[in-house]
Design a protein around this ligand. Structure first.
Ligand code: TXA
Ligand code: MG
Length: 341
């Protein structure tokens, strides 16, 4: 199903058989929990109490301070790209949550996703509709590439408007503290969440310890090596007459280039170093929301091009969506684990 973030592979959250088929189609390890997608009846507003009635969330297990935060987040950001991790109700199968006592819940804003959830009459588990470890699909065509031979139907809702997965937050577990932590940056900027909670989000930056289960360092990965540049191509070149670029290029003669904003001379600069570059401009004006929406399909296109190396400029800002874009680029460029496969 289409959502505003990325396409999801949807199945009835309460049917273990459906969940099993999701894990199989994606080749997803069972330690990686699924997000429950919800939509209240037409015209009704989502609330914590309603999540309890759905048999999804154990609201009694939430301390009052966290209950208040969750209510605020639901009111401010749903429907939209925010997943909230809450205590799970007994009815939620352990397979959905990888045995955790919590369940991640979000209400997508995409009208097709909402219609499908309402028609199903149950929350839908929906991981991104890609094979495990690969780039999330932001078009129906990308889903076809990823899972076409393994699934029955693709609902084409057009290109995803946000283009990055949802931001994931969870209560930070300090008893009575009422604080929240950021498990995955995404389509809802962390700063906006902090404004609504009126408190900073705890951000775990220790890459050795995955923040959320399944948040592996090497994720969203193209098949080709990707290097994130320390600065825009123009700045690199000006600072060191191309020597830094030459070091990165080492032997590659065809590269794919992700530009965060318009730079008419970037391909010529690489040409001067003997390199043929196919460049994709994510946003002509350097707009972060536009760049986020274009990121995954651009990576996919360059991955399918004749390039042997992909280069990406860093986002101009590490705030707002820039933080989430940098996170995805870092994971896409991480060394892939060697498993002999
Ligand atoms: O935007 C999105 O969230 C998309 C669309 C389809 O809605 N879905 C998505 O699902 O990104 P997926 O399966 O690719 O990512 C789910 C991630 C897990 O890898 C895990 O990191 C986190 O959500 N997660 C899910 N349940 C959790 C829980 N109970 N506690 C902590 N993290 C959880
Ligand atoms: Mg995913």
């Amino acid at each position: 199903m289409p959502t505003e973030t990325v396409y999801g592979l949807a199945g009835d959250l309460f049917r273990v058989e459906a969940l099993g088929r999701i894990f199989d189609a994606k080749e997803r390890p069972k330690f990686d929990p699924l997000i429950a997608h919800v939509a209240p009846p037409q015209g009704e507003a989502p609330s914590l109490e309603w999540l309890g009635r759905l048999g999804l969330v154990d609201t009694a297990a939430l301390p009052p301070s966290e209950r208040d935060g969750a209510e605020r987040l639901i009111r401010a950001f749903w429907p939209g790209p925010l997943t909230i991790v809450l205590p799970k109700a007994p009815r939620v199968p352990d397979l959905a949550t990888s045995g955790l006592a919590t369940v991640g819940v979000r209400m997508p804003s995409h009208p097709v996703a909402q219609a499908l959830i309402r028609a199903a009459g149950a929350p839908l588990a929906a991981p991104s509709a890609n094979r495990f470890g690969r780039i999330s699909p932001t078009t129906a065509g990308a889903v076809l590439e990823e899972l076409g031979d393994r699934i029955d139907v693709i609902l084409d809702g057009g290109p995803c408007s946000v283009g990055l997965e949802s931001t994931i937050v969870a209560p930070d577990g300090v008893p009575g503290g009422g604080g929240w932590r950021l498990l995955r940056p995404g389509g809802t900027p962390a700063e906006e969440i902090e404004r609504v909670l009126d408190a900073p989000l705890r951000r775990e930056t220790d890459a050795a310890r995955p923040e959320a289960p399944g948040q592996l360092e090497s994720h969203y990965a193209p098949g080709k090596p990707l290097r994130v540049l320390a600065a825009p191509v123009a700045a690199l070149d000006a600072a060191n007459s191309g020597t830094a670029l030459a070091a990165i290029l080492r032997g590659h003669t065809r590269v794919g280039l992700l530009l965060m904003s318009r730079d008419d001379s970037a391909t010529a600069r690489l040409g001067a170093l003997g390199v043929t570059a196919e460049a994709i401009v994510l946003s002509p004006t350097g707009d972060l929301a536009e760049a986020a929406a274009a990121l995954f399909s651009a990576l996919r296109r360059l991955d399918a091009s004749p390039a042997t190396l992909l280069l990406a400029e860093p986002p101009a800002s590490d705030r707002g969506l820039g933080y989430a874009i940098a996170d995805r680029l870092r994971r896409a460029s991480a060394e892939k684990p060697r498993n002999g496969a």
